[in-house]
Design a protein around this ligand. Structure first.
Ligand code: HDE
Length: 704
């Protein structure tokens, strides 16, 4: 056979509803077994059994080490070379495997095989990420989140490399290195890490008014999601669907979490980063391990040239979205993440996403950001993974056959046979090798192009503020307050006053009230508005789809209760509450005075998952205090217990309690209100928890 590469693993399932085959590298899989070595015996990289994994060979008992200790050399050599360059952006990521199921055939609009048959199941790998921070940074940075999905389709890999925000900071790929340099650590001092609250970032974006719409999103609670499970994903750019007749339409991709949307508050984000810097990756891991598989619907906004021409903005401009009220999102399939990675490095780190990985039936638009990305992603994989053969790594390898005349290169793991590595050739049979196919191959849309070579931004990209205003007026009051607070916080960290002033000048073009409230928060005079390239529109209607709170969850499913239990807690009440939470599809983490647990009223020992000094209310979606008066008095003496209650209260969480817990509430300086629900009726309490926040309490909001 000339050069046919067999699918590495697993082979592509037939287009039926059968469950996917077991992945050979998953624990218990064939390759995993191999990796364990011979009969569980330790071996060198060459497979030789190892006699000692403890000591260097030395000359004499206490003498110098021997150069000949090849076992030591093998081990330390490999260790010395373990690190590869981290991603220049999106370095910190969390991956998971899953399956995508197509709802119905989309043959009328795309010939993509993945959308050809209703019920078709396609294996996927997803990597969520923060953007600015290094690999070891914390999860709750205020940042954009990456939402990259690799579909292993029968006609090759399709990568939808998106974010949790539907627009971007810049309109043209030429500016990307500047944007990233501005937000990352300052080159002289090497900090700040994983945050945008610093002069360089705001200097740059205030000079780039096209960033303003995205800034509104990043300063909203979208920048601090509760976890990956509760955020939307967006392809951002306009792409194209092309059908078998060659007809093309624009398409925008949306991922909608079936868990609903949810974010944390900024004070909680600060708290979580200290208490559990891995909060998001742990959440993804725990929920999948617990069998509570997160799900997203893939939806599309499909529109033609006529709509594109009539739309208020250029559909090629990635700083603009198309309101869902104008072009509804049509659900076309569902993704379920059902398997954690077997190895973070082998899979999450080595996965190589590339926007240019499209399949027949999907095409690029002329969005200048997308066109630039198509160039960048291949480069970056070679830098990170070190060889053009990175597509042979299991996580990157297509599940359909690969056949071409690419040869050699570092770390070639395919075994090519036959004498022809070129075509045309006149060999026959297996020696002949693969051939191109007019019928099966991907062809770009036959688009007419004209015009002189050009090196300037199109005028149709000039409006930088109208949709930022639309976003602002689409938020609830609470969300607007959070946006004001975020701008105020971030700009307060800019040491150079002119940068703050310039940004306030830009915000005036978005909304006068927004600019005034941020100026008030900073204690600054409102400067004159900056001069916009074109006058912003203020007549765009509000869009409910842009608000998180208008798209929240309906119950406590997939959420976690932090349940404080003490000595002699009523065992029946505890059982009733735990049953009610689990019955609602939620999780409970029991918090006891020491991690050894507490003795309940019936004499049984309740173990603690956390102890009160080692956890924070910010880590839970609701908290409950199920304690005797005596236990409440003892807890009231602990600053950590008082902080726990105060943090829950000021962040508008629902607090479940029994009246005996009052001494703890009093010592914490909080006044129980209607967001404090009596645990006597456990089911009613869990129903209240499902609302997630009692915003009426918002103690940080300015008095009306
Ligand atoms: Fe990326 N981006 N990007 N980006 N991007 C990378 O590729 C780049 C952009 C996004 O989990 C890099 O493998 C350029 C928009 C995600 O592995 C790199 C431009 C969107 C991920 C790169 C953009 C994204 C990346 C770094 C402007 C949302 C993580 C490592 C033209 C639609 C994928 C890597 C993963 C990663 C380049 C802008 C999303 C350097 C040049 C817009 C989710 O190739």
């Amino acid at each position: 056979m000339a050069s046919k590469r067999d699918p590495k693993y697993p082979t592509q399932p037939a287009p039926t509803n059968e469950v996917l085959p077991k992945d050979p590298i998953a624990p218990g899989g064939e390759r995993h077994q191999q990796a364990k070595g011979r009969d569980d015996g330790l071996t060198t990289s060459q497979g030789g059994p190892v006699a000692t994994n403890q000591n260097l060979a030395t000359a004499g008992k206490r003498g110098p080490a021997l150069l000949q200790d090849h076992v030591f050399r093998d081990k330390i050599f490999h260790f010395d070379h373990e690190r590869i360059p981290e991603r220049v952006v999106h370095a910190r990521g969390s991956g998971a495997h899953g399956v995508f199921e197509t709802y119905e055939s989309l043959e009328d609009i795309t010939c993509a095989d993945i959308f050809a048959r209703a019920g078709e199941k396609t294996e996927v790998f997803v990597r969520f990420s923060t953007v600015a921070g290094n690999k070891g940074s914390f999860d709750l940075a205020r940042d954009v989140r990456g939402f990259a999905v690799k579909f292993y389709t029968q006609e090759g890999n399709w990568d939808l490399v998106g974010n949790n925000i539907p627009v971007f900071f810049i309109q043209d790929a030429f500016k990307f290195p500047d944007l990233v340099h501005a937000v990352k650590e300052a080159p002289d001092r090497g900090f700040p890490q994983a945050q945008s609250a610093h002069d360089n970032f705001w200097d740059f974006v205030s000079l780039m008014p096209e960033s303003t719409h995205m800034l509104l999103w990043a300063m909203s609670d979208r920048g601090i999601p509760r976890s990956f499970r509760f955020m939307e994903g967006f392809g951002v750019h306009s792409y194209k669907f092309v059908n078998a007749k060659g007809e093309a339409r624009f398409v925008k991709f949306h991922w909608k979490p079936l868990q609903g949307l949810q974010s944390v508050t900024w004070p909680e984000a600060l708290s979580i980063n200290g208490a559990d810097p891995d909060f998001h990756r742990r959440d993804l891991w725990d929920s999948i391990q617990a069998g509570d598989f997160p799900e997203w619907e893939l939806g599309v906004q499909v529109f033609d040239d006529e709509f594109a021409d009539s739309f208020d903005f250029d559909v090629l401009d990635p700083t603009k979205l198309i309101p869902e009220e104008l072009v509804p999102v049509r659900p076309i399939g569902k993704m379920t993440l059902n398997r954690t990675v077997a190895s973070h490095f082998d899979e999450t780190e080595q996965v190589a996403f590339m926007t240019q990985n499209i399949v027949r039936g999907i095409d690029f638009s002329d969005d200048p950001l997308l066109q630039g990305r198509n160039f960048s992603y291949l480069d970056t994989q070679l830098k990170r993974l070190g060889s053009t053969n990175f597509t042979q790594l299991p996580v990157n390898s297509p599940r359909c056959p690969v056949a071409n005349f690419h040869r050699d290169g570092h770390m070639q793991t395919d075994l090519h046979t036959g004498r022809a590595s070129y075509e045309p050739n006149s060999w026959t049979g297996d020696e002949r090798g693969p051939r191109e196919s007019e019928e099966l191959g991907l062809r770009f849309e036959q688009q007419e192009v004209s015009g002189a070579k050009h090196q300037a931004r199109a005028e149709s990209f000039a409006d930088h503020y109208s949709q930022a205003h639309q976003f602002w007026i689409s938020q609830t009051e609470v969300e607007q307050q959070h946006i004001v607070a975020a701008f105020t916080f971030e700009l307060s960290k800019c040491e150079v006053p002119q940068i703050r002033t310039r940004m306030l000048g830009n915000l005036r073009n978005v909304d006068e009230a927004l600019a005034q409230r941020v100026a008030d928060g900073l204690g600054m005079e409102l400067p004159g508005a900056s001069k916009p390239a074109v006058a912003p529109r203020k007549d765009l209607p509000a869009s409910d789809a842009l608000s998180i709170l208008k798209n929240g969850p309906k119950d406590f499913k997939g959420r976690k209760l932090g349940l404080v239990v003490g000595e002699k807690t009523d065992a029946d009440a505890l059982k009733a509450l735990v049953d009610a939470v689990i019955g609602a599809g939620g999780m409970v983490e029991v918090i006891t005075p020491t991690v050894g647990g507490a003795k309940l009223s019936d004499g049984s020992q309740q173990p603690g998952a956390q102890f009160i000094k080692g956890t924070k209310a910010a880590l839970y979606d609701a908290v409950a205090l199920l304690v005797t008066e005596q236990a409440a008095v003892e807890l009231a003496d602990l600053p950590e217990a008082r902080d726990f209650v105060t943090e829950a209260h000021v962040n508008c969480k629902f607090v479940g309690w029994n009246p005996e817990a009052k001494p703890l509430a009093v010592a914490s300086g909080v006044e129980p209100d209607k967001g404090w629900v009596d645990l006597a009726d456990a089911k009613a309490a869990v129903k209240a928890f499902g609302k997630l926040r009692f915003w009426e309490r918002d103690v940080t909001a300015p008095a009306k």
